[in-house]
Design a protein around this ligand. Structure first.
Ligand code: ADP
Ligand code: MG
Ligand code: MG
Length: 252
């Protein structure tokens, strides 16, 4: 069983005014089979955590470590992180001109599995995954992200998640663009992947809404670049009732 371990992670972001400290010592362990929710006010560094794990060039790790089953993730080139079993939706380009969903998925599967999946079983796998998501077969022939609606982007993300079978999935649900339909798609996909018991999920979200569909095993509240409180799903329920005000007062 796989484990993602984040220890005392410190990260700066490059801005026009210079490097700005965002993460100030994040400690978090995600094991296969567990679902963790990271919640917190806007600007608390939730997405920075996701980008740092993905290896986004704008974010510089200045201290701490991230390991997957003991392997140093931060030392890996970005494509190797996917091969190692990390699913980081945001590491993929926003638009891939001239590449169909079908080809994109096969290329991604080839990269993560180390060899091209046999065409016959692959076509079946993709069709079944699309079926489960209620996606029209024509979707496979569309170019990646070209004119995709918010819901279609999410379906594409969940298709990847289900087909690539990662060890640990980091999903940054920026929420704002998610309508009820997209929420349902994400939730059902995550719950299916979760039911295998083989994937650890790190679900990053500002709103408690999605947690009505996905019950996290652990909830971490992010404030000012570090985890300010941890608990079980009851913590999400409390946040839904009380909001983040309590924490932002503490931070200021
Ligand atoms: P969250 O996802 O919790 O809303 P972010 O990680 O997006 O928080 O942002 C944390 C802080 O870092 C914010 O103050 C934001 O303005 C700053 N920040 C993040 N990414 C960048 C960037 N690429 N350029 C400049 N500032 C950034
Ligand atoms: Mg934000
Ligand atoms: Mg964010």
């Amino acid at each position: 069983m796989s484990t993602l371990e984040i220890r005392d992670l410190q990260v700066t972001v490059d801005t026009e005014a210079g490097a700005k400290q965002i993460l100030r010592g994040v400690d978090l362990t995600v094991r296969a089979g567990e679902t963790h929710a990271i919640m917190g006010p806007n600007g608390s560094g939730k997405s920075t955590l996701a980008y740092s794990i993905a290896g986004h060039p704008k974010y510089t790790v200045t201290g701490g470590s991230v390991t997957l089953d003991g392997e140093d993730v931060l030392a890996m080139p970005v494509d190797e992180r996917a091969r190692a079993g990390l699913f980081l939706a945001m590491q993929y380009p926003v638009e891939v001109p001239g590449v169909s969903v079908s080809n994109f998925l096969r290329t991604a599967a080839t990269a993560t599995r180390g060899s091209a999946p046999a065409l016959r079983t692959w076509v079946k796998e993709v069709r079944e995954a699309m079926d489960r998501l209620g996606v029209d077969p024509a979707f496979a022939e569309r170019n990646v992200n070209e004119g995709f609606s918010g819901g279609e982007k999410k379906r594409h993300e969940i298709l990847q998640l289900e087909l690539l079978k990662p060890k640990i999935a980091v999903l940054d649900e920026t929420d704002s663009g998610l309508d009820v339909d997209a929420l349902r798609v994400v939730s059902e996909g995550v719950n299916r992947v979760r039911a295998t018991g083989e994937v650890g999920v790190l679900l990053i979200t500002h709103y408690t809404r999605i947690l009505r569909y996905i019950e996290p095993d652990f909830v971490h509240v992010f404030v000012d670049g570090r985890i300010a409180e941890q608990g079980g799903k009851e913590l999400a329920e409390r946040l839904e009732a009380e909001g983040y005000e309590r924490y932002t007062k503490l931070a200021s």
